[in-house]
Design a protein around this ligand. Sequence first.
Ligand code: HEM
Length: 413
Amino acid sequence: MTPNLADPSFWQLPHSERLEGFARLRAAGPPQYFVERPGGRLRPERGFYALVSHADVVEASRNAEVFGSAPGVTTPEPARWVRAVFGESLVNLDEPQHTQLRRIVSRAFTPRILAATEEDVRSVAKRIVDDLLRERPEDFVTSVASRMPFEIICNLMGIPEKERPSILAQVNRASVETGVARTVRQRIRVPGKGLRALASMQGMVADLGRQRRKNPTGDLISALVNADIDGQSLNGRQLGSFFSLLMVAGVETTRNAIAHGLSLLTDHPDQRALLLSDFDRYADGAVEEIVRHSTPIIQFRRRLIQDHRMSGRDFRRGDRVVLFYASANRDESVFTDPDRFDITRSPNPHVGYGGGGPHYCLGTFLAKQEMKALFRELLTRSPELRAAGAPVLVPSNFDNRVRSMPCAYAGGR
Ligand code: HEM
């Protein structure tokens, strides 16, 4: 039987059972339709088509004239008032606004800026591993996996040290309950707290933007608010909204990839030994395979801008489709033995960073830089470091989020 992807209980199943469910859906043929909310007298039915094959996810990602990102790619779509108050996020925009905004924020990710970041990434990785080996904490996620991307983004943006603890607390508060297993009380309480956290973080970043517009300090916030691309730069609200996106898109994703990475390298000692035998040779393949195998972002949505036929299915304008990266990355028609973790897999055309097209992840280079620098430090300086148990996952239909993961050191804890 094929699973019901709109049923929250599917997302509570163990990861391996969800992957089996996706395999059955891929075998079943054309994209299937799932009802999220039955229609009634006063409201229409709401549902989505599930794109589970690699080919469909790639086509929907690349054909932005048909598959639009507005009004939102997340589930549920952001409410209209939230978008009005907090500003439109890059991920949720279509042409021409998307191209305009992406051209400005792309300044954050030019090869020149990223080459300058290389040294910083290395020294942050070294400091984190120094602390890890000295303090030998129990949980790998807070002490290493989430610290690395958070510090890098704050350094890149020029966030003052004194603001960082409160930003981290706000990010954790805003994203603490993205899972699907929520009580009614949580469903009401958490978004209120999350939005307050978001508002306060965006306000702080907008203030920094105002200061840096007057007195640029050479960091990214200064570049973004003073950028002049066709006479455009980011205003305070856009800056705040972009910063929030980076905190989720850049911090949470990389943190989950790093945690899954240590877990995979622990479960596959042969692959770990191979990586350690010649780190420079195998590191690129290893980080690609970690992202394919763990797929930190499970799904993003699109909405059809015009009628379209794909994979034997006629879609209508206005239909919603969900791109399941987690399924496409295990598509047996593209990846031989897709469940195997193989750092030498080549080619490895995974869609962990999206399937290509105008919204393709802006941070891939940075994410790879961070993962390589961190695993180099971790594995070469502490070859015995390993995950001491399976990652504790937060049930979620959005990201493959690791809540915590114990780690063990040479000679025991
Ligand atoms: C392993 C780490 C990461 C993964 C798995 C990941 C994954 C993704 C995915 C699946 C998308 C959507 C692509 C699409 O809709 O076609 C995306 C978009 C994006 N990512 Fe990443 N990402 C990672 C790291 C980062 C980092 C480090 C940054 C920045 C510092 C970043 C910034 C962004 C931005 C700004 C977008 C939106 C682009 C747009 O809509 O034009 N990501 N990412």
